[in-house]
Design a protein around this ligand. Structure first.
Ligand code: C2E
Ligand code: MG
Ligand code: MG
Length: 392
């Protein structure tokens, strides 16, 4: 078996070698470069799964490297960013990468601890155990419209639990595309594409319809909880949406309060006047509105004030660092307090460890979601999972 490819770019040779040794230990074959400009050639040829990138380097810095990677369309590389700078700088760099649709799987502050590196790299192993997302833009353009039109996008559900009682309070619907050749294509790959090519309405309609059916099935099995659905900005431009969705729900015996619409801050900003109209009427009809990935978008406070959100989902980048960084903890604490003061439900997303679970509970966050509780799963696996969770 060929080993998995990684690359380290750090101008300090000793540091680069140290990181490379750890990567070797956890099963990567690693290329090391101390000059970013020269490293780019190797990087484009090698196309590693993992790139550990130092931000501060003479000549070309890490942010410039990120830009070149994005421009070259190397979307499957997973980034771990390292720097001796404070965490705020690391976080901005992470944001830069995310905005260019790159995947950041870790940010590490120097001096690096061995245990920290091992933990990060082992997690990368988990993430990339998913089949590759090698599909090109051309292939997406050729195949996605038909896949959506034929309703071949599937929906998986990730449970959400109350932090105090452990009770299952809901599930989040997440779109899944199982490609015959490429395997699992992540939504981060096909959703933005669907948004840019006018496919998002058909896609969201499919996800909503599936979710309503599955909610009904769970009802028949005796479970009553709500489902959250992710809504793109482009979906919220049809003034008839609130009535249409309500009617669809009534037809299958459900109510608007059974559904939570998750929107990101950025999605709402696209056409504020129109989306405010529609979102307010969704609320009037009883739909719950959730602000997703809170803390990573724009104009957060203004939107909280203008749009009648009922729930805040604290972005996982803050949740992950809750026990490691004071800044992240401060942001989480104030978000929970803000939610509380505004009468909104607080939800922590991306809980991966029991320590994060207990920290969020101590801080008074109401609900939690994440791999530590359960990974997203097929609809039929939900009730066996609930039985197992409730008896644990
Ligand atoms: P999101 O709404 O923030 O969904 C949560 C994402 O975090 C999901 O990724 C989920 O699998 C992942 N996740 C859950 N727990 C953990 C954890 O403990 N650690 C980590 N690292 N990740 C965790 P997924 O399914 O890949 O979806 C990514 C994004 O794609 C979603 O982010 C959402 O913005 C978008 N998306 C998914 N389905 C749809 C859809 O039907 N419509 C729209 N518009 N967007 C969707
Ligand atoms: Mg979401
Ligand atoms: Mg989220």
């Amino acid at each position: 078996m060929t080993s998995r490819k990684a690359m380290v770019i750090d101008d300090e040779p000793l540091m680069a070698e140290f990181i490379a040794d750890v990567l070797d230990e956890v099963g990567f074959s690693c290329e090391v470069a101390c000059d970013a400009r020269q490293a780019l050639q190797t990087l484009f040829k090698l196309r590693p799964e993992l790139l550990v990138l130092d931000l501060v380097m003479p000549g070309m810095d890490g942010i410039e490297v990120i830009r070149h990677i994005a421009d070259a369309g190397l979307r499957d590389v997973q980034l771990v960013l390292v720097s001796g700078h404070d965490v705020a700088v690391l976080r901005s760099a992470e944001q830069v990468a995310r905005e260019r649709s790159l995947r950041v799987v870790g940010v590490l502050q120097k001096p690096l601890r061995l245990s920290q590196l091992v933990e990060k790299f082992e997690n990368v192993e988990l993430a990339s155990a998913q089949p590759a997302d090698q599909i090109s833009d051309e292939q997406l353009a050729a195949q996605l419209p038909e896949v959506i039109a034929r309703q071949q996008i599937e929906v998986h559900y990730q449970p959400q639990v109350a932090l105090d009682s452990g009770e299952v309070v809901g599930v989040e619907a997440l779109a899944r595309w199982q490609h015959p050749t490429y395997g699992f294509v992540p939504p981060a790959r096909f959703i933005p594409f669907a948004e840019q090519h006018g496919l998002v309405k058909a896609l969201t309609d499919t996800v909503l319809r599936r979710t309503f059916d599955d909610l009904n099935q769970w009802r028949r099995e005796g479970y009553r909880f709500s489902a959250s659905v992710n809504i793109s900005g482009a979906y919220v431009d049809d003034l008839g949406l609130p009535e249409r969705l309500e009617k669809q729900l009534w037809e299958v015996g459900l109510q608007p309060s059974d559904v939570r619409m998750e929107l990101t801050e950025t999605a709402v900003m696209e056409d504020l006047a129109n989306s405010m109209d529609i979102l307010t009427r969704l609320r009037l009809r009883g739909f719950a509105l959730s602000i997703d990935d809170f803390g990573t978008g724009y104009s957060t406070f203004i939107q909280l004030h203008r749009i009648p959100f009922t729930e805040i989902k604290i972005d996982r980048s803050f949740v992950h660092l809750i026990n490691e960084e004071n800044d992240a903890r401060a942001i989480v604490e104030s978000t929970i307090m803000l939610a509380d003061r505004l009468g909104m439900v607080s939800v922590a997303e991306g809980i991966e460890h029991s320590t994060q679970f207990s920290a969020m509970r101590t801080l008074g966050c109401e609900r939690a979601q994440g791999y530590h509780i359960a990974r997203p799963m097929a609809a039929r696996d939900i009730s066996p999972w609930i039985q197992q969770w409730s008896s644990a």
